[in-house]
Every structure is written in structure tokens, then in C-alpha cells.
Design a protein around this ligand. Sequence first.
Ligand SMILES: [Zn+2]
Length: 194
Amino acid sequence: MYHDLPRSASIWSFLLAVDEDLAAETRKQGCPCGGRLHSANFLRKPRGTPIQLPEHQRLRLSFCCDRDGCRKRATPPSVRFLGPKVYLAAIVILVSAMRQGPSSRRVSELSKRFGADESTIARWQTFWREHFPQTPFWKVARAGFVTLGEIVSLPYSLVDAFLGRYPPSEGWMFLLRFLSPITVPGGLQIKVSQ
Ligand SMILES: [Zn+2]
């Protein structure tokens, strides 16, 4: 099992660089109204990070349309932030995965180590068990995922598939990139019509 997040500062800078690429794609597309997108980043305060992240790495990259009467916000996918959750996506994934698998960890131990309280960890588990499998993203992605490995439980099977076949930094990169479509507003939307 995988017990930690990469501690080197370079992986976190690298994830930011990936977010910048994703943001550039969003910006190029512009607003559906035809307006241009201007930077309108917002500062997040992620908790439980293995290293102290400098301020520019805590920014959620985002844009606003420059046309009067529209001014719509456009938020690109992210490999760092999972929807509105305070904790970094990697932590939400890792802690939940560590509750599962052959050598599962106790909630109290994880809580102490990552600074998330027990009810927060319980909410993350509910998210992976009940909400994530119902997302339009997973319904499509699941088919492609079957070739990577057997799905025993989420997110353990995801972590196992990606970190089991790549070196840690690369594994995290691929996993976070894989999940990035669910990080945009509406990306976690649950389809009730099927
Ligand atoms: Zn617009």
C-alpha cells in the first residue's frame, strides 16, 4: 500500500504547471458568449499538505469573461483541487484509500497524521462510495479503467492501479490528471435520470 504523498517540492510545482496548461486551454476557448477570459484566480487554504506551499501554489486558477452583461466565471479542471474541498485532491484520495485495502489504517491514525477530523474523513468515504460512482465521469471512465485493474473499492483501486505501475511522482500525476474532469464546477454532478 502507498503510505505517503510525495514530499519533494518539485512534484507540487509540477502539478501547478499541469494546472497552468489546463487553464491555458480553457482561456483559449474563450467564453461561450464570444468574450475574452481574464484571470480571476482565487486563493485556497489547503490543509494537511506535506510541505508548506507558497502562496502562488495555493491559487485556484480561474477566469472571468470581460464582456459587460456576461462576466461569467470559467474555472478550468485542476490536478490540485477537488471541487470545493479544502484539502488537496491528493490528500482526499490518499486518506480514503488508506482506509481500504489489505492494510487499512484506523481513522484516528489518519486523522492525527493528515489533520482532517473524523467526520471529514467519513464524508470523503461517503463521497467515494456513494457519489463518485454515480458521476457521469466515472460511468464513462470506468470502461477504460477495467484494463488497468480490477475495481475492488474506490478510491483504493484507482491508487493501486496508478501507483502500482508508475514511480510515485508519475503515478500521482497520472491519477490526478485522470480525475481532473470531476474538479470543475458541475463536474461532480450526479445524474439521477438513469
Ligand atoms: Zn461571456
